[in-house]
Design a protein around this ligand. Structure first.
Ligand SMILES: C[S@@+](CC[C@H](N)C(=O)[O-])C[C@H]1O[C@@H](n2cnc3c(N)ncnc32)[C@H](O)[C@@H]1O
Length: 270
Protein backbone atom coordinates (compact mmCIF):
# COMPACT_ATOMS: atom_id res chain seq x y z
CA UNK A 1 0.00 0.00 0.00
CA UNK A 2 2.84 2.38 -0.68
CA UNK A 3 1.53 4.05 -3.82
CA UNK A 4 -1.53 5.88 -2.59
CA UNK A 5 -2.03 7.58 -5.93
CA UNK A 6 -2.21 4.37 -7.92
CA UNK A 7 -5.49 2.97 -9.18
CA UNK A 8 -7.28 0.71 -6.68
CA UNK A 9 -5.41 -2.57 -6.45
CA UNK A 10 -5.27 -5.68 -4.30
CA UNK A 11 -4.07 -4.61 -0.86
CA UNK A 12 -4.07 -1.04 -2.20
CA UNK A 13 -6.29 1.92 -1.66
CA UNK A 14 -9.55 3.24 -2.92
CA UNK A 15 -10.50 6.79 -3.79
CA UNK A 16 -13.69 8.16 -2.31
CA UNK A 17 -16.29 9.06 -4.91
CA UNK A 18 -18.81 11.74 -4.08
CA UNK A 19 -21.18 10.06 -1.61
CA UNK A 20 -23.61 12.89 -1.98
CA UNK A 21 -23.33 13.92 1.65
CA UNK A 22 -22.30 17.31 2.96
CA UNK A 23 -20.73 18.76 6.02
CA UNK A 24 -17.54 18.84 7.95
CA UNK A 25 -17.25 15.07 8.36
CA UNK A 26 -17.39 14.42 4.66
CA UNK A 27 -14.87 17.20 3.95
CA UNK A 28 -12.46 15.80 6.53
CA UNK A 29 -12.89 12.27 5.17
CA UNK A 30 -12.00 13.54 1.71
CA UNK A 31 -8.97 15.43 3.01
CA UNK A 32 -7.69 12.31 4.77
CA UNK A 33 -8.26 9.96 1.81
CA UNK A 34 -7.78 7.73 0.02
CA UNK A 35 -8.95 5.16 2.56
CA UNK A 36 -8.34 1.40 2.64
CA UNK A 37 -10.87 0.83 5.44
CA UNK A 38 -14.48 1.48 4.57
CA UNK A 39 -15.82 2.98 7.79
CA UNK A 40 -19.10 4.74 8.37
CA UNK A 41 -18.42 8.03 10.10
CA UNK A 42 -21.30 10.40 10.73
CA UNK A 43 -23.28 8.60 8.06
CA UNK A 44 -20.52 8.98 5.47
CA UNK A 45 -18.64 5.97 4.07
CA UNK A 46 -14.89 6.39 3.76
CA UNK A 47 -14.32 3.89 0.91
CA UNK A 48 -17.70 3.02 -0.58
CA UNK A 49 -16.19 1.65 -3.80
CA UNK A 50 -13.64 -0.63 -2.16
CA UNK A 51 -12.50 -3.38 -4.55
CA UNK A 52 -13.14 -5.98 -1.81
CA UNK A 53 -16.64 -4.68 -1.04
CA UNK A 54 -17.51 -3.36 2.41
CA UNK A 55 -14.01 -4.03 3.68
CA UNK A 56 -12.98 -5.03 6.29
CA UNK A 57 -16.52 -5.45 7.68
CA UNK A 58 -17.21 -8.33 5.26
CA UNK A 59 -14.05 -10.09 6.43
CA UNK A 60 -14.73 -9.41 10.12
CA UNK A 61 -18.23 -10.93 9.88
CA UNK A 62 -16.65 -14.23 8.84
CA UNK A 63 -14.50 -14.62 11.99
CA UNK A 64 -15.86 -12.20 14.62
CA UNK A 65 -17.35 -15.14 16.53
CA UNK A 66 -13.88 -16.57 17.17
CA UNK A 67 -12.64 -13.49 19.06
CA UNK A 68 -13.74 -13.14 22.71
CA UNK A 69 -17.01 -11.21 22.77
CA UNK A 70 -16.22 -9.64 26.12
CA UNK A 71 -12.79 -8.03 26.41
CA UNK A 72 -13.56 -6.24 29.65
CA UNK A 73 -10.34 -5.52 31.53
CA UNK A 74 -8.14 -6.75 28.66
CA UNK A 75 -5.36 -4.93 26.85
CA UNK A 76 -5.16 -5.05 23.06
CA UNK A 77 -2.44 -4.10 20.58
CA UNK A 78 -3.38 -3.68 16.89
CA UNK A 79 -0.26 -3.83 14.71
CA UNK A 80 -0.65 -2.25 11.27
CA UNK A 81 -3.97 -0.75 12.34
CA UNK A 82 -4.55 1.30 9.16
CA UNK A 83 -7.71 3.39 9.78
CA UNK A 84 -8.40 1.48 12.98
CA UNK A 85 -11.30 -0.83 12.10
CA UNK A 86 -10.13 -3.72 14.30
CA UNK A 87 -8.87 -1.49 17.12
CA UNK A 88 -12.30 0.13 17.29
CA UNK A 89 -14.10 -3.23 17.24
CA UNK A 90 -11.98 -4.36 20.21
CA UNK A 91 -12.82 -1.18 22.11
CA UNK A 92 -16.51 -1.82 21.37
CA UNK A 93 -16.05 -5.25 22.96
CA UNK A 94 -15.04 -3.54 26.17
CA UNK A 95 -11.22 -3.69 26.10
CA UNK A 96 -9.79 -1.63 28.93
CA UNK A 97 -6.99 -0.31 26.78
CA UNK A 98 -6.34 -0.47 23.05
CA UNK A 99 -3.02 0.59 21.57
CA UNK A 100 -2.85 0.77 17.77
CA UNK A 101 0.35 1.19 15.77
CA UNK A 102 1.12 1.68 12.11
CA UNK A 103 4.30 2.61 10.27
CA UNK A 104 2.41 5.15 8.09
CA UNK A 105 1.41 8.51 9.59
CA UNK A 106 -1.03 8.86 6.70
CA UNK A 107 -3.17 5.98 8.00
CA UNK A 108 -2.76 6.98 11.64
CA UNK A 109 -4.32 10.35 10.81
CA UNK A 110 -7.34 8.51 9.42
CA UNK A 111 -7.46 6.26 12.48
CA UNK A 112 -7.29 9.15 14.94
CA UNK A 113 -10.11 10.92 13.13
CA UNK A 114 -12.22 7.76 12.92
CA UNK A 115 -11.79 6.93 16.62
CA UNK A 116 -12.63 10.46 17.65
CA UNK A 117 -15.67 10.59 15.35
CA UNK A 118 -16.79 7.26 16.87
CA UNK A 119 -16.21 8.38 20.45
CA UNK A 120 -13.68 5.60 21.12
CA UNK A 121 -10.60 6.05 23.28
CA UNK A 122 -7.63 4.41 21.51
CA UNK A 123 -3.92 5.18 21.84
CA UNK A 124 -2.27 5.54 18.44
CA UNK A 125 1.48 5.44 17.85
CA UNK A 126 3.63 5.66 14.77
CA UNK A 127 5.69 2.51 15.13
CA UNK A 128 6.89 -0.29 12.89
CA UNK A 129 6.30 -3.90 13.84
CA UNK A 130 10.09 -4.21 13.85
CA UNK A 131 10.19 -1.74 16.78
CA UNK A 132 7.53 -3.24 19.06
CA UNK A 133 10.12 -3.75 21.81
CA UNK A 134 9.84 0.01 22.35
CA UNK A 135 6.32 -0.48 23.72
CA UNK A 136 7.85 -2.20 26.74
CA UNK A 137 4.76 -4.21 27.63
CA UNK A 138 2.77 -7.31 26.72
CA UNK A 139 -0.89 -7.32 25.69
CA UNK A 140 -3.66 -9.87 26.32
CA UNK A 141 -4.56 -9.79 22.63
CA UNK A 142 -2.30 -8.75 19.75
CA UNK A 143 -3.85 -8.27 16.32
CA UNK A 144 -1.63 -8.73 13.26
CA UNK A 145 -3.97 -8.63 10.31
CA UNK A 146 -2.93 -8.02 6.73
CA UNK A 147 0.63 -6.96 7.47
CA UNK A 148 2.80 -10.08 7.04
CA UNK A 149 2.89 -9.98 3.22
CA UNK A 150 3.87 -6.29 3.30
CA UNK A 151 7.10 -7.11 5.10
CA UNK A 152 10.51 -7.90 3.66
CA UNK A 153 11.25 -9.83 6.87
CA UNK A 154 8.03 -11.58 7.85
CA UNK A 155 9.45 -14.25 10.16
CA UNK A 156 11.48 -11.64 12.02
CA UNK A 157 8.25 -9.72 12.65
CA UNK A 158 6.54 -12.81 14.08
CA UNK A 159 9.55 -13.54 16.28
CA UNK A 160 9.60 -9.96 17.57
CA UNK A 161 5.88 -9.95 18.31
CA UNK A 162 6.13 -13.14 20.35
CA UNK A 163 9.27 -12.01 22.10
CA UNK A 164 8.09 -8.55 23.11
CA UNK A 165 4.33 -7.96 23.06
CA UNK A 166 2.16 -11.09 22.89
CA UNK A 167 1.06 -12.24 26.32
CA UNK A 168 -1.72 -14.66 25.38
CA UNK A 169 -3.88 -14.33 22.23
CA UNK A 170 -2.56 -13.52 18.76
CA UNK A 171 -5.04 -12.80 15.97
CA UNK A 172 -3.31 -13.28 12.62
CA UNK A 173 -4.31 -12.89 8.99
CA UNK A 174 -2.31 -13.02 5.80
CA UNK A 175 -3.24 -12.99 2.15
CA UNK A 176 -2.60 -16.51 0.88
CA UNK A 177 -1.82 -17.70 -2.62
CA UNK A 178 -1.17 -21.13 -4.05
CA UNK A 179 -2.63 -24.27 -2.57
CA UNK A 180 -4.92 -24.31 0.45
CA UNK A 181 -3.84 -27.89 1.18
CA UNK A 182 -1.91 -28.43 4.38
CA UNK A 183 0.07 -31.60 5.00
CA UNK A 184 1.44 -32.46 8.45
CA UNK A 185 4.98 -31.21 8.97
CA UNK A 186 7.56 -33.99 8.78
CA UNK A 187 10.34 -33.81 11.36
CA UNK A 188 13.04 -34.27 8.73
CA UNK A 189 13.82 -35.36 5.16
CA UNK A 190 16.98 -36.99 3.85
CA UNK A 191 19.24 -34.83 1.63
CA UNK A 192 18.27 -36.77 -1.50
CA UNK A 193 14.53 -36.34 -1.00
CA UNK A 194 13.01 -33.69 -3.23
CA UNK A 195 9.49 -34.86 -4.03
CA UNK A 196 7.95 -33.11 -1.02
CA UNK A 197 9.00 -29.70 -2.39
CA UNK A 198 6.59 -30.24 -5.27
CA UNK A 199 3.63 -31.25 -3.11
CA UNK A 200 0.77 -28.76 -2.83
CA UNK A 201 0.55 -29.16 0.95
CA UNK A 202 4.21 -28.31 1.56
CA UNK A 203 4.94 -24.77 2.92
CA UNK A 204 5.77 -22.29 0.19
CA UNK A 205 6.44 -18.57 0.45
CA UNK A 206 6.19 -16.70 -2.86
CA UNK A 207 8.57 -13.79 -3.29
CA UNK A 208 7.27 -10.71 -5.13
CA UNK A 209 10.29 -9.05 -6.65
CA UNK A 210 8.36 -6.21 -8.29
CA UNK A 211 4.69 -5.52 -7.67
CA UNK A 212 1.60 -7.60 -6.96
CA UNK A 213 -1.75 -6.09 -7.98
CA UNK A 214 -0.07 -2.77 -8.62
CA UNK A 215 1.35 -2.67 -5.11
CA UNK A 216 5.11 -2.66 -4.57
CA UNK A 217 4.73 -3.13 -0.83
CA UNK A 218 3.79 -6.80 -1.27
CA UNK A 219 6.90 -8.93 -0.71
CA UNK A 220 6.17 -12.46 0.52
CA UNK A 221 2.89 -14.33 0.11
CA UNK A 222 2.52 -17.70 1.86
CA UNK A 223 0.36 -20.61 0.87
CA UNK A 224 -1.87 -21.98 3.62
CA UNK A 225 0.68 -24.56 4.79
CA UNK A 226 3.37 -21.91 5.04
CA UNK A 227 1.21 -19.46 7.00
CA UNK A 228 0.51 -22.18 9.54
CA UNK A 229 4.11 -23.41 9.65
CA UNK A 230 5.45 -19.88 10.18
CA UNK A 231 3.06 -19.35 13.08
CA UNK A 232 4.09 -22.62 14.73
CA UNK A 233 7.77 -21.97 14.12
CA UNK A 234 7.51 -18.52 15.72
CA UNK A 235 6.02 -20.06 18.88
CA UNK A 236 2.28 -19.74 18.33
CA UNK A 237 -0.25 -22.51 18.89
CA UNK A 238 -3.12 -22.30 16.37
CA UNK A 239 -6.21 -22.48 18.58
CA UNK A 240 -8.80 -21.68 15.91
CA UNK A 241 -8.95 -21.26 12.14
CA UNK A 242 -12.30 -19.54 11.64
CA UNK A 243 -11.66 -18.21 8.11
CA UNK A 244 -9.27 -19.33 5.36
CA UNK A 245 -6.75 -16.52 6.02
CA UNK A 246 -7.43 -15.96 9.74
CA UNK A 247 -5.92 -17.77 12.71
CA UNK A 248 -6.51 -17.22 16.41
CA UNK A 249 -3.35 -18.33 18.20
CA UNK A 250 -2.00 -18.60 21.70
CA UNK A 251 1.56 -17.83 22.72
CA UNK A 252 3.30 -21.19 23.11
CA UNK A 253 6.80 -22.49 23.84
CA UNK A 254 9.19 -22.31 20.92
CA UNK A 255 9.19 -25.67 19.11
CA UNK A 256 12.99 -25.92 18.99
CA UNK A 257 16.14 -24.50 20.57
CA UNK A 258 17.37 -22.65 17.48
CA UNK A 259 18.12 -18.99 18.17
CA UNK A 260 15.65 -16.36 16.94
CA UNK A 261 16.85 -12.98 15.75
CA UNK A 262 15.13 -10.69 18.22
CA UNK A 263 16.07 -7.05 18.77
CA UNK A 264 17.05 -5.68 21.16
CA UNK A 265 18.95 -8.75 22.31
CA UNK A 266 16.96 -10.99 24.65
CA UNK A 267 18.91 -9.94 27.77
CA UNK A 268 18.57 -6.25 26.88
CA UNK A 269 14.84 -6.56 26.31
CA UNK A 270 14.05 -7.88 29.77
C1 LIG B 1 -3.37 -4.29 4.14
S1 LIG B 1 -3.28 -3.10 5.43
C2 LIG B 1 -4.07 -4.02 6.73
C3 LIG B 1 -4.79 -3.12 7.67
C4 LIG B 1 -5.57 -3.80 8.79
N1 LIG B 1 -4.71 -4.45 9.74
C5 LIG B 1 -6.54 -4.79 8.21
O1 LIG B 1 -6.37 -6.00 8.37
O2 LIG B 1 -7.51 -4.36 7.59
C6 LIG B 1 -1.57 -3.13 5.94
C7 LIG B 1 -1.24 -2.10 7.00
O3 LIG B 1 0.04 -2.45 7.55
C8 LIG B 1 0.79 -1.28 7.69
N2 LIG B 1 2.21 -1.65 7.72
C9 LIG B 1 3.00 -2.01 6.67
N3 LIG B 1 4.24 -2.27 7.09
C10 LIG B 1 4.24 -2.07 8.44
C11 LIG B 1 5.23 -2.16 9.44
N4 LIG B 1 6.50 -2.50 9.15
N5 LIG B 1 4.88 -1.91 10.72
C12 LIG B 1 3.61 -1.55 11.03
N6 LIG B 1 2.63 -1.43 10.12
C13 LIG B 1 2.94 -1.69 8.84
C14 LIG B 1 0.39 -0.42 6.50
O4 LIG B 1 0.72 0.94 6.67
C15 LIG B 1 -1.11 -0.68 6.46
O5 LIG B 1 -1.82 0.21 7.24
Amino acid sequence: MTDRNAAPACGGDVFIPDPGANGATERRIRELGPWFHNLQLGGVRTAPDHFLGDYPAVKWRRFAHAVPLDLTGKTVLDVGCNAGFYAMEMKRRGAARVVAIDSEEFYLAQARFAAEASGLDIEFRALSVYDVAALGERFDLVIFMGVLYHLRHPLLALDLLREHVVDDLFLFQSMQRGSTRVEPAAPDHPFEAEAHFQRAGYPQLYFVEEAYCGDRSNWWIPNAACAEAMLRSAGFHIAAHPEQEVYLCRRAPLPDAEPRAVYPRQEAAR
